[in-house]
Design a protein around this ligand. Sequence first.
Ligand SMILES: [Zn+2]
Length: 183
Amino acid sequence: MKIAKNTVVTVHYKLSDAQGNLIEESRDPMVYLHGGYENTLPKIEEALEGRDVGFETTIQVEPDDAFGEYDPNLIKIEPRNRLPEPVEIGMQFEGTPDDAEGADDSIIFTVTDIADDQVVLDGNHPLAGMALRFTLNVAGVRSATDEEVAHQHVHGADGHHHHHQQDGTEGEDGDHFRSYPLH
Ligand SMILES: [Zn+2]
């Protein structure tokens, strides 16, 4: 079966930077609903459109088509006492950028540096500003169910979960290229 709109694609991937340094290699494949549902990067869908099981390719995706350019305005320096203790580099908090219009603009900040009484928070995606190289290997293609198409994501594959919230809305799916809520 060829990859087309409303197929569920299982793909092994290897992610490197533009110099070929490995960032991540999939242990579990990514499983996503194909067809512009923002389950994965559009450039990945483009590369796989019309392909079949066994297809392998390597694509390079520029920051604009991945996680955006690095934005120095998303760096915040906060007094340490405004954050919960203990604070460690790599911890993540949800917050609003200084130029946010409202609470809807909240983003994830990562602690990137800690000084005596100040903490540096970076609101950029960890892969922002990077050209990324994906090696993709298609391991499976099937038709999506009507329910999957209605929900715009894949259901019940290999142990990845997300929860539909009580009010029936979807949780935040995140912005990772392999964001693929399954439940
Ligand atoms: Zn669902």
